[in-house]
Design a protein around this ligand. Structure first.
Ligand SMILES: Cc1cc2nc3c(=O)[nH]c(=O)nc-3n(C[C@H](O)[C@H](O)[C@H](O)COP(=O)(O)O)c2cc1C
Length: 183
């Protein structure tokens, strides 16, 4: 069956970089290519959003967290794209994940509706490899909400030409992207 004949999943990419046009955006381009401009695929740049830190009073009803959650609920697949900042996910992504506490306390129906959504992680950093256990928090969070964690793709932006074949990396990125629509 061709890709077009299948049900095309709705894919939401959340870019958690500290800039909207940096290496994370470039990595998203390598993975999604022209797919990212299709109707069934959208990108949210957390950099442009107002997602405030979690607090124990859940006093954030008016920021962008719930509208973003609504977009996740309207999608089949959510892709978190983050740079590696100090061996971990970006602060913006961590702040976003902390707010998941709101959807288990205050907005429980949203938390429950995450069940069975597919989730992928895209990371990019200077080092050749993704830091050990980098996926763990995302993987465990998916498990908590009974989402299907489908895996990660890491793109190294460092100057490692001696050991990395750039063309091969881009080919692998495009393959990973294709897989997201076929899984
Ligand atoms: C605050 C900060 C911390 C970083 N920490 C790491 C790190 O721990 N490991 C790594 O491989 N690269 C690290 N880098 C490099 C970035 O991951 C890399 O340049 C990435 O491609 C940046 O993506 P962006 O342009 O979307 O921010 C760091 C960069 C910044 C700005």
């Amino acid at each position: 069956m061709t890709l077009l004949a299948r049900h095309m999943p709705k894919v939401l990419i959340i870019n958690a970089s500290a800039r909207h046009d940096g290496e994370t955006a470039r990595t998203i381009d390598y993975i999604f290519g022209a797919m990212k401009d299709k109707k069934n695929t959208s990108i949210i740049n957390l950099y442009e959003k107002d997602v405030r830190h979690y607090n124990y009073d859940n006093h954030h009803q008016d920021d962008d967290f719930l509208p973003i959650m609504d977009q996740i609920l309207q999608s089949d697949v959510v892709v978190f794209a983050t740079p590696v900042y100090w061996y971990s996910m970006s602060g913006r992504l961590k702040t976003f994940f902390d707010r998941f506490s709101d959807i288990i306390m205050e907005h429980k129906t949203i938390g429950r509706a995450l069940k069975d959504k597919k989730c992928y992680l895209i990371a990019n950093g200077y080092d050749i490899n993704m830091p050990e256990d980098f996926q763990k928090p995302i993987q465990s969070t998916c498990q908590y909400f009974q989402m299907a964690y489908k895996g990660a793709f890491y793109y190294s932006v460092g100057q490692h030409q001696a050991v990395i074949d750039e063309n091969e990396c881009r080919k692998n990125a495009a393959e990973f992207g294709k897989q997201i629509y076929q899984d």
